[in-house]
Design a protein around this ligand. Structure first.
Ligand SMILES: C[S@@+](CC[C@H](N)C(=O)[O-])C[C@H]1O[C@@H](n2cnc3c(N)ncnc32)[C@H](O)[C@@H]1O
Length: 260
């Protein structure tokens, strides 16, 4: 593990890692796995595990996942999370990381995840939120994220505004779990294992500014293909100015560790 700065140490993310390190994962299902990065983080953070399965609806993303996580205990499968091809009570742990606001039908997917989770098993969910006491640099990231989601939707890709803290709590509390622990942090678990995390600390570091500029430029380029989206181009230009003033920092997130 990298040496961890005071800022990250005091953010609440260490408590999440410590709690996970007391949990045995057993058979773990990661829904909306994309490139498998949450699987890598969970492998490093949990006390132990038997095997991981990562599912996603995008084969292109799964190809990257197979390259990124070449491990015999990990399998990646193309599957719609709205129709999981697994029996009831077949997983010890089910995970959803940064994917909730990418789902067309949140209730159906969470219902499926609850169905395949064994009684006594764990649901792990992390998701950034849009409101609360966040810095200007974090708000820039949220605005950039929401603008990117608008382009995705125009191109037929489900992607919505991120939820508020209360909406996230209501969604999880509505699942009928036997216990729900909620953690909050502005730093993701993966930052604990990233050798570049120190570069993310200053929102106005060249590393963060360049990242922000590139992301917003990508949105601008995509918006140019959609003449009906002139307002998105205008917003992207304003965001390019905003990022120079505020810098960029990842939005805060809620991390749920729940027992069925
Ligand atoms: C932001 S990415 C997930 C990031 C990843 N979990 C991580 O923590 O790095 C959201 C993913 O959800 C996937 N997704 C969206 N709807 C889905 C569905 N119905 N079934 C399976 N995957 C879905 C998308 O293809 C995308 O790869």
């Amino acid at each position: 593990m990298q040496s961890i700065s005071e800022t990250i140490r005091n953010s609440g993310v260490i408590e999440i890692r410590d709690r996970l390190s007391s949990l045995s994962g057993g058979r773990v299902l990661d829904v909306g796995t994309q490139h498998g990065s949450f699987i890598t983080v969970m492998m490093k953070s949990m006390k132990d595990y038997e095997a991981f399965v990562g599912i996603d609806i995008s084969e292109k993303d799964l190809e990257k996942a197979r390259d990124a996580v070449p491990d015999d205990s990990v399998e990646f499968r193309i599957m719609d999370a709205e129709d999981l091809k697994y029996k009831n009570d077949s997983y010890d742990t089910v995970c959803l990381s940064y994917s909730l606001h990418h789902l067309e039908n949140v209730d159906i997917v969470l219902g499926e995840m609850m169905r395949v989770l064994k009684p006594g098993g764990h649901l792990i969910l992390q998701e950034m939120y849009s409101d609360g006491d966040q810095t200007d640099a974090q708000r820039t990231e949220i605005l950039e994220h929401h603008l990117g989601a608008r382009i995705d939707r125009v191109e037929g890709i489900p992607h919505y505004d991120t939820f508020s803290r209360q909406q996230l709590k209501d969604i999880v509390n509505g699942l009928g779990l036997s216990s729900v622990e909620v953690y909050e942090t502005a730093w993701s678990l993966k930052c604990l294992y990233c050798e570049n995390s120190h570069q993310c600390e200053d929102p106005r570091s060249e590393y963060n500014l360049e990242f922000g500029r590139e992301e917003i430029q990508r949105i601008l380029d995509r918006a140019k293909d959609h003449s009906e989206m002139d307002d998105v181009q205008d917003e992207a230009r304003l965001l390019l100015e905003r990022v120079e003033n505020t810098g960029l920092h990842s939005a805060s997130l809620l991390f749920f560790i729940c027992k069925k």
